[in-house]
Write a protein that binds this ligand. Structure first.
Ligand code: SF4
Length: 237
């Protein structure tokens, strides 16, 4: 899908300062999460993706020494030339830490990614969307496709975790349990608040209000916790 209206480069200047790019890949291979429609930003045309991605990546300066790469799917969906360009830019701009995202189904590809960048002295951090550690809710309602129930086993592959709040059935206890579990097993936690989109999953205003009044004040200044009240809060999207 062509979508030139998206903002694809931004700087995150609050916590864990970094540049962030929203690239385009061949598309999420899972595509079944019931709440998600951002997997629509994809193209099967690798050359056209590379042209778009190289334009976005040309804006990276390396000013923070950290780069986050997202692509509405997993890092494995990026074409080979884009992947090579990311590595080259990290080397040229002396970026020492690069973040990618991935679905659980690609976990076995993570170690090769780490090794490829480590050869150049660059540390890879990989983020996974778990959304909640309530396994039944995650699989029966959200359809995440993670057939592992133990957070430590998920964390054996991944460094950072995304959680999704503002859904029917969640409450203060469940959300705090998810945050604390995330902080126990992962380096960083990224909380996304559900916003209206084209799926049938709707934000639950009462649950969001509970998060904002009771949990946001507890975690908003935690350096290991990012909170996105809108899914464009990182400046891209
Ligand atoms: S894995 Fe990510 S991109 Fe794919 S459907 Fe789920 S939330 Fe959307």
């Amino acid at each position: 899908m062509e979508n030139d209206l998206l903002t694809r480069y931004a700087e995150i200047t609050q916590k864990n300062k970094r540049e962030i790019v929203l690239l385009r890949g061949s598309g999420c291979k899972w595509r079944r999460c019931t709440f998600c429609d951002y997997h629509l930003d994809f193209s099967p045309d690798a050359d056209s993706n590379y042209i778009l991605n190289s334009c976005v990546l040309s804006q990276v300066t390396g000013k923070y020494g950290k780069l986050e790469v997202i692509n509405s799917g997993s890092f494995v969906d990026l074409d080979a030339k884009t992947y090579r360009l990311i590595l080259d830019i990290c080397v040229q701009k002396q970026i020492k830490e690069v973040h990618f995202e991935s679905h659980w189904m690609h976990r076995e590809a993570v170690s090769a990614l780490r090794e490829a960048f480590a050869t150049h002295g660059i540390q890879v951090r990989v983020k996974i969307g778990v959304e909640t550690f309530d396994n039944r809710y995650r699989e029966e309602v959200l359809c995440k496709g993670i057939d592992e129930t133990l957070p430590q086993r998920i964390a054996a592959y991944f460094d950072e975790v995304c959680l999704l709040f503002g859904l029917d059935g969640q409450d203060r206890t469940s959300m705090q349990h998810d945050i604390e579990t995330g902080l126990s097993y992962f380096d960083r936690v990224c909380i996304n608040i559900m916003t209206e989109n084209t799926t049938k999953v709707k934000p639950n205003r009462a649950v969001i209000d509970t998060f904002l009044t009771e949990l946001y004040p507890l975690y908003s200044s935690n350096e290991r916790v990012d909170i996105l009240l809108e899914n464009t809060d990182f400046g891209v999207g």
